[in-house]
Design a protein around this ligand. Structure first.
Ligand SMILES: [Zn+2]
Length: 343
C-alpha cells in the first residue's frame, strides 16, 4: 500500500505574536505522521516582512490585525518528496484572503481557491532531483496583512528500474523522416505545455483512466536491442483493444491527433500548467477545445504509434516537468475541498 499512502512533509503555523514581534521565528513542532515511511523535513518559518518598520507594526496592531488567525501551510506527498512526483501545497488562511504567491525552487506556484480560505497548488520534482528544495510563499489576510513562509523540503532518493528488451528493429531504428516527425511532435507538445490556462477544472481526486495492470512504470530506463532509449515518460496500463479510456481529471482538450511515438493521442489541459496525456488510442472521441469532465471517455485503447501491443500510455506534465501519473492519483485533494478538511 506504500504508493497509496499520503504523507505530510511539513506543517506549521506561527502564532500571531511571533509574526508581529520577532524578526524570524520558528513555526513550532512540525507534524509528521506516525507509522509512515521514512521522511524528513526542515521546519518552515514565518519571516516578518515589517521588521524594519516598527511604526507600521504598531499601526497594524492598533488596526486590529492582532486578532487575525495566522495562515497554515502543508506540503503533501504520497511517500516523501520523491523525484518525478507531484506534491500538493496547501495554504489555509482567513476567509477572503488573497491567493498566495510563491515558488518551489525555481518553479512558480499557481494557487487556486477550493474552499473558504483554502488554497491549493501543485508542485513537481524532476527525475534527477536531489538534496533539498525551498518552498517560499507570500500570503495576505482578509485585511491585506502580509505573512511569508519559508521551508526546505528534503528530496528522498528514488531508484528507477531498468528494462532490457529485444524488439523488432523498427522500434529502435528511425529514418530521418521519422526523427523529423518525432521532433515536430515534441515542439508541438512543448508549445502546449507552456500554456497557463486560467480556470478551475479540478473537481476532486485524480482517477486512473483505465483499470488494468501497470506493464511499464514511469521513469524506467529502457534498453532495447542494447540501445539505450530515453526514460519512460509515463506509465503503461495494459488493456484490451477497444476498452474505454477516461479523463483522469476535468480539463480542456489541448491536443487530439496522431503523433509519431504515441499514435492517436489526447492531451488534457487541467489549468495552472498541469497536463495529462493519453497515448496509443485506437480511436479518439473528443475534439480539440472541448471541455471534459473527470471520468468522461476520451477514446479507446489501441496500439497506434510505436506500441508493441494494445495498452494506454498515460503521461503527466507540470510545465516542463514530466511527472509520474501515479503520484497524482495518490493525492487526496478532496480532503481540502470541504469546509473542514481531514488532515
Ligand atoms: Zn509508455
Amino acid at each position: 500500500m506504500r504508493f497509496m499512502e499520503q504523507i505530510e512533509l511539513g506543517h506549521g503555523a506561527s502564532d500571531k505574536k511571533c509574526i508581529l514581534i520577532l524578526p524570524i521565528c520558528g513555526a513550532g513542532p512540525l507534524d509528521s505522521r506516525v507509522g509512515m515511511p521514512y521522511t524528513s523535513f526542515v521546519p518552515g518559518k514565518f519571516v516578518n516582512l515589517k521588521r524594519l518598520m516598527p511604526v507600521m507594526t504598531l499601526v497594524l496592531i492598533l488596526s486590529g490585525w492582532l486578532a487575525a488567525e495566522p495562515p497554515e501551510v502543508f506540503v503533501k506527498a504520497r511517500s516523501g518528496a520523491l523525484p518525478s512526483d507531484m506534491l500538493l501545497v496547501v495554504v489555509r488562511h482567513e476567509d477572503n484572503a488573497r491567493p498566495p504567491v510563491g515558488r518551489f525552487g525555481a518553479q512558480p506556484l499557481c494557487f487556486w481557491r477550493v474552499a473558504s480560505g483554502t488554497f491549493l497548488s501543485f508542485a513537481g520534482l524532476e527525475q534527477r532531483a536531489s538534496g533539498t528544495r525551498s518552498l517560499e510563499l507570500e500570503m495576505w489576510g482578509a485585511d491585506g496583512a502580509p505573512a511569508s513562509w519559508d521551508q526546505e523540503v528534503v528530496i528522498e532518493p528514488r531508484k528507477f528500474p531498468v528494462q532490457r528488451l529485444r524488439v523488432a528493429p523498427r522500434y529502435v531504428e528511425f529514418s530521418q523522416e521519422d526523427e523529423d516527425r518525432a521532433a515536430d511532435d515534441v515542439d508541438r507538445l512543448h508549445d502546449i505545455y507552456a500554456r497557463r490556462t486560467p480556470g478551475d477544472f479540478i473537481s476532486g481526486n485524480f482517477r486512473v483512466p483505465l483499470k488494468g495492470r501497470i506493464s511499464a512504470e514511469f521513469g524506467m530506463h529502457r534498453v532495447f536491442n542494447n540501445v539505450p532509449m530515453s526514460p519512460h515518460g509515463g506509465v503503461d496500463i495494459a488493456g484490451r483493444q477497444g476498452a474505454m479510456v477516461a479523463a483522469a481529471q476535468g480539463g480542456i482538450v489541448a491536443l487530439a491527433d496522431d503523433l509519431f511515438l504515441t499514435g492517436n493521442t489526447v492531451v488534457l489541459d487541467h489549468g495552472c500548467g498541469l497536463f495529462t496525456l493519453y497515448g496509443h488510442l485506437s480511436t479518439i472521441l473528443v475534439p480539440v477545445g472541448a471541455v471534459v469532465r473527470r471520468g468522461e471517455i476520451l477514446g479507446l485503447v489501441g496500439a497506434t504509434g510505436r506500441a508493441t501491443g494494445p495498452h494506454l500510455h498515460w503521461g503527466a506534465r507540470l510545465g516542463k516537468l514530466s511527472l509520474d501519473p501515479q503520484s497524482l492519483t495518490a493525492l487526496n485533494l478532496e480532503a481540502w475541498m470541504r469546509p473542514e478538511p481531514d488532515q
